[in-house]
Design a protein around this ligand. Structure first.
Ligand SMILES: Nc1ncnc2c1ncn2[C@@H]1O[C@H](COP(=O)(O)OP(=O)(O)OP(=O)(O)O)[C@@H](O)[C@H]1O
Ligand SMILES: [Mg+2]
Length: 264
């Protein structure tokens, strides 16, 4: 469950960890995000669902400012990130880990070096400790005896897990996952769900998870956002989603071919 940290006697509502405000983005003539507004609070697992090409990855890329908004902003712990200079942006990014949809591993580096990359960049830890911590993160995602291999030598599902190990290497406060269970078998997918829940309960990590996997969404989400044609069509708890009567949402959730999607 989401935990809102509020000091005693503090009458203000605490600042959300992530706040997306009036976010607009177009590519050429195509408007992908149409003024999105939402906040994610401390310790919350916030799941984004929506059809292919609806702007989920584009949204996540704005949250770490790999993409710049046409209008609006993203606030990380109260700091607007669109105007930040590169050094200030790096400071904010240090708090964040991102699991990319396509794993985005460095092909010329071993698996261990991929996971160790951020530790080498951002810490002054001795080499032995870096290697130990990287191995520990790989174990956390269920990978052993792969440290010396290269990305081209492991399966897609394994790459996905290396991507997660790399994202959690610096023990970030915020984790962004772009389809972390796509391409994994059902047992591994459940193991990743458990890992996401564990990161939340043990470290109070705030997460945004994009997924097509409704079972996973219902299992891990405190709240779910349904993105449709660049707008928020639904936002609420899994229980509220189950009760919702919007035919577009129910068709999507049930994966039915008959319904308003595609004909609207
Ligand atoms: N860098 C870019 N330049 C131009 N168009 C882009 C760019 N990135 C995304 N788009 C377009 O924006 C739209 C949304 O893309 P996005 O990758 O966010 O979809 P998605 O919801 O993540 O889909 P999927 O579930 O298939 O991953 C698509 O039409 C895509 O072609
Ligand atoms: Mg995507």
């Amino acid at each position: 469950m989401a935990i809102l940290v509020q000091k005693e006697g503090d009458s203000r509502t605490s600042v959300p960890v992530i706040r997306v405000e009036n976010l607009w983005k177009s590519f050429g003539g195509q408007t992908v995000l149409k003024g999105l507004d939402f906040s994610v609070s401390q310790g919350e697992t916030f799941v984004v669902i929506g059809g292919s090409g609806q702007g989920k990855s584009v949204l996540l890329k704005h949250i770490i400012r790999l993409l710049k908004a046409d209008d609006g902003d993203v606030y990380i712990q109260g700091t607007p990130i669109m105007p930040l200079s590169q050094p200030d942006l790096y400071e904010v990014r240090r708090k964040m880990g991102m699991v990319f949809q396509e794993s985005a591993l460095f092909d010329s580096m071993s698996i261990l070096d991929n996971v160790a990359f951020a530790l080498r960049m951002h810490t002054k830890l001795p080499e032995q400790m870096i290697r130990e911590q990287s191995r520990e993160k790989l174990l956390k995602v269920g990978l052993r005896n792969v440290e010396g291999k290269f990305p081209s030598e492991i399966s897609g599902g394994m790459k996905k897990r290396v991507g997660i190990a790399r994202a959690i290497a610096l023990s970030p406060e915020i984790l962004l996952y772009d389809e972390p269970t796509t391409g994994l078998d059902p047992v591994l997918a459940s193991a990743i769900d458990e890992l996401i829940l564990k990161m939340q309960s043990e470290l109070s990590v705030t997460s945004i998870v994009i997924t097509h996997d409704m079972k996973s969404a219902m299992r891990i989400a405190d709240r779910i956002l349904f993105l449709f044609r660049g707008e928020i069509r639904f936002m609420g708890t899994p229980e509220e989603l189950m009760r919702a009567e919007d035919p577009v949402l129910t068709q999507f959730v049930r994966g039915e071919t008959q319904g308003p999607i595609g004909t609207l």
